[in-house]
Design a protein around this ligand. Structure first.
Ligand code: PMP
Length: 409
């Protein structure tokens, strides 16, 4: 978009898959909220590891192992910079957002809970930020409390405030909704929680790919994200947690690489982050995740966010007046996510027709079934933007939606 500081044409060339045709059409990939495509530097980083220096880490005395250990451990510093964390020991490598939330639920929150205690989440959470809390609630007799969502897709902050009570032990909120695109005021939520002495986890699955995050300024206790959405590989991700918390937390899984000494009588655990990384990790995946984060930092996350917001504004404008078209999620502050329904056409049929036109979108409940119930829709179609999308992608989407309209209207 003019003036947003991104040379998208040049960036698109970094992504081999975007050069593919789809059903004989140019590929308009509009499903980055589910998973982003990978730039050549990420593909090369993973390939380079396997081709030149792959070996298991932390164990070998030989050079290959030392080299792969160095590359893997080096990514902690990359993540530290990416999040402006105070200490690289606060960076735990996990499989992704889901594993990070489960880890915090089981290791940090579960020991805090007594029957009747409360965990506060919001009505726009991904299943990954609902089910782990239900599991610990069920095991301890605690309850899940849910802050409501307003009709325009904003979080009801007054409703959230009202739900903080003497039994609230933990708050877990999504930074950016994967379904509505809403950017939540997480700084205010953290401030509110701190006033009550309640720790907070921020689900950054949809914020890390789109905007700068400064965990020290944010003040939260945990921040989590997945590499596959930040232009890296699947099967890798990050749990950032305050060092004092991580040091006090018991391990989540036991095994190799997370111990200091083991006897049959007693095991002494390693300090964090190793304490939480039992077993052989996703070595090449973590290294490639680092390449993805470096790629984003080189481009500049403020530029990425500005570009995606400009694309969203362009899409909103172009879609105005399309009869029967309704956007779900109209919060004033949104990231590049456009969820919608169309009268007389089921989201899955829309998705299939768009695919024939080379437009890849997601159709379904987006792992937010309670939110679908809140908005009284079975599913939505979701177009979501990444740094490589341009106005041609949006034009292709809009033209294809006119075709849907002509078929169903
Ligand atoms: N939270 C949000 C907001 C998400 O968008 C996603 C992924 N769709 C997740 C959590 C879960 O992430 P993952 O599947 O990578 O663990």
């Amino acid at each position: 978009m003019p003036g947003d500081g991104l040379d998208v044409e040049r960036l698109r060339a970094d992504f081999p898959v975007l050069q593919r045709a789809m059903n004989g059409r140019r590929l308009a990939f509009l499903d980055s909220a589910a998973s982003a495509q990978k730039p050549q530097v990420v593909i090369d980083a993973e390939r380079d590891c396997y081709e030149r220096y792959y070996a298991n880490i932390h164990r070998g005395v030989y050079q290959l192992s030392q080299q792969s250990t160095q590359a893997y451990e080096g990514v902690r510093g990359t993540v530290q910079r990416f999040l402006n964390a105070a200490d690289e020991r606060e960076v735990v490598f996990v499989r992704g957002t889901t594993e990070a939330i489960n880890l915090v639920a089981q290791s940090f929150v579960r020991p805090l809970l007594e029957p009747g205690d409360e965990i506060l989440i919001t009505g726009m959470e991904h299943h990954a930020n609902i089910v782990p809390w239900q599991m610990v609630a069920e095991a301890t007799g605690a309850h899940l409390v849910v802050a409501p969502v307003l009709d325009d897709g904003q979080l009801d902050m007054a409703g959230l405030r009202e739900r903080i009570g003497p039994r609230t032990r933990f708050i877990s909120v999504v930074h950016v909704s994967n379904t509505l695109g809403t950017i939540n005021p997480v700084e205010s939520i953290v401030e509110l929680a701190q006033a009550h002495g309640i720790p907070v986890l921020v689900d950054g699955a949809q914020s890390a790919p789109h905007m700068s995050v400064d965990v020290q300024a944010l003040g939260a206790d945990f921040y989590v994200f997945s590499a596959h959405k930040t232009y890296g590989p699947s099967g890798a991700g990050v749990l950032w947690g305050r060092l004092a918390h991580l040091e006090a937390m018991p391990p989540y899984q036991g095994g190799g690489d997370m111990i200091r000494t083991v006897t049959f009588e007693k095991t002494e655990y390693a300090p964090p982050p190793q304490r939480f990384e039992a077993g052989t990790p996703n070595i090449a995946g973590v290294i490639a995740m680092g390449a993805g984060l470096e790629y984003m930092m080189t481009i500049g996350r403020d530029h990425i966010l500005a570009h995606e917001k400009a694309l969203l504004a362009y899409a909103n404008e172009r879609l105005q007046g399309l009869e029967g078209f309704r956007i779900i999620g109209n919060a004033p502050d949104k990231a590049g996510v456009l969820s919608f329904v169309m009268a007389d056409a089921h989201p899955h049929d829309i998705g299939t027709i768009l695919d024939m036109e080379g437009v890849a979108v997601r159709a379904g409940h987006h792992c937010t079934q309670p939110l679908m119930q809140r908005f009284d829709v079975p599913a939505t179609v979701r177009a979501s933007f990444g740094l490589y999308n341009d106005t041609t992608d949006v034009d292709q989407l809009v033209d294809a939606l006119h075709r849907v309209k002509s078929l169903f209207g």
